[in-house]
Write a protein that binds this ligand. Structure first.
Ligand SMILES: Nc1nc2c(ncn2[C@@H]2O[C@H](COP(=O)(O)OP(=O)(O)OP(=O)(O)O)[C@@H](O)[C@H]2O)c(=O)[nH]1
Ligand SMILES: [Mg+2]
Length: 283
């Protein structure tokens, strides 16, 4: 943890490069883009070279997992992106009226396309929308909700969707599901830890203890009441002590030694299983 900002985590699964290429091949068809980010990390989870991928297509920035974020910080990010000219929607994808907002804004933003067709005597067209974002932000969930049935696989693990496919809603919208994309180098330790904290990168990319310690530090600095409530921890000057306290609480101590691996997994898992919510780590 003492090499903050210096880490270059070189990783780039081949399918991510392939995804970018395939999106470009579909580019002619795409009328609109849904760019998804996780509302708990509205900055760290934003694809860095998005305009290389989607060119000048109009887009809606959709922040998912509203139900899990801390509005105090996330609302600041919404203002920030809106000031840059983005259309932003903050949604809980399990909430019907939030999903309806996406459909309504899609129709509004593509009104001109349809109007021009009507003026030419053509029928309204199906609007083609690319759904893009880093792994595990809810791309497939959003598509299933808008299609009103399970058309694509959803799991709380990065890298579930493997191929691009067009899926039809009954709203005159076709959605292109795509595998999660990240950039080749995670060159900020903080950014990588944020992604790992919210399951956007596979667990084996960063040491689990680093991720757990980072989560504890974040909770201590921004959500001390949650650190106290969930782990009975108030002071983090000595991490051996912290692990002992948590170890005692969850029964992961043997011979007076905390089981570091088990405790770290427990901490990471408490976020993954949504036990700890109301947190945003891009502060
Ligand atoms: N609480 C909550 N969970 C959500 C929301 N949106 C998605 N999820 C959960 O997030 C996890 C990942 O969802 P997916 O739809 O598989 O994500 P994806 O972006 O398609 O992931 P990849 O295909 O791996 O890139 C699942 O466990 C979903 O149930 C939301 O708004 N709120
Ligand atoms: Mg998916």
């Amino acid at each position: 943890m003492n090499n903050e900002n210096k880490t270059n985590i070189n990783w780039y699964p081949g399918h991510m490069a392939k995804t970018k290429r395939m999106i470009k091949e579909n580019s002619q068809l795409i009328d609109l883009v849904y760019e998804l980010v996780d509302a708990r990390i509205p900055f760290s989870s934003k694809i860095k070279d998005i305009y290389d991928i989607i060119l000048k297509k109009p887009k809606i920035l959709i922040m998912t997992k509203k139900d899990l974020c801390d509005l105090k910080y996330t609302n600041e990010w919404i203002k920030y992106y809106e000031n840059l000219g983005n259309k932003v929607l903050l949604v809980d994808l399990n909430n019907k009226s939030d999903c309806q907002k996406i459909i309504d804004l899609t129709k509004e933003m593509t009104k001109d396309i349809q109007q021009k067709r009507i003026e030419k005597g053509l029928k309204k067209k199906d609007i083609h929308v690319l759904v893009v974002g880093i792994p595990n932000v809810g791309k497939s969930t959003l598509i299933n909700k808008l299609c009103n049935k399970k058309v694509t696989k959803v799991e709380n693990t990065p890298g579930i969707t493997k191929n691009l496919s067009w899926l039809k809603t009954n709203q005159g919208i076709l959605l292109l599901d795509s595998p999660g994309i990240l950039w080749p180098k995670l060159n900020q330790q903080q950014e990588a830890l944020n992604l790992a904290s919210f399951t956007a990168i596979k667990e084996d990319i960063l040491p689990i203890d680093d991720v757990a310690v980072y989560i504890i530090k974040k909770l201590h600095d921004y959500y001390p009441e949650k650190l106290k409530e969930y782990y009975n921890v108030t002071n983090i000057d000595d991490f051996l002590e912290v692990y002992k306290i948590i170890g005692k609480k969850i029964g992961a101590i043997s011979n007076n030694e905390p089981d570091f691996n088990r405790i770290s997994h427990k901490i990471v898992n408490d976020i993954k299983t949504e036990k700890i919510k109301g947190i945003t780590f891009d502060n």
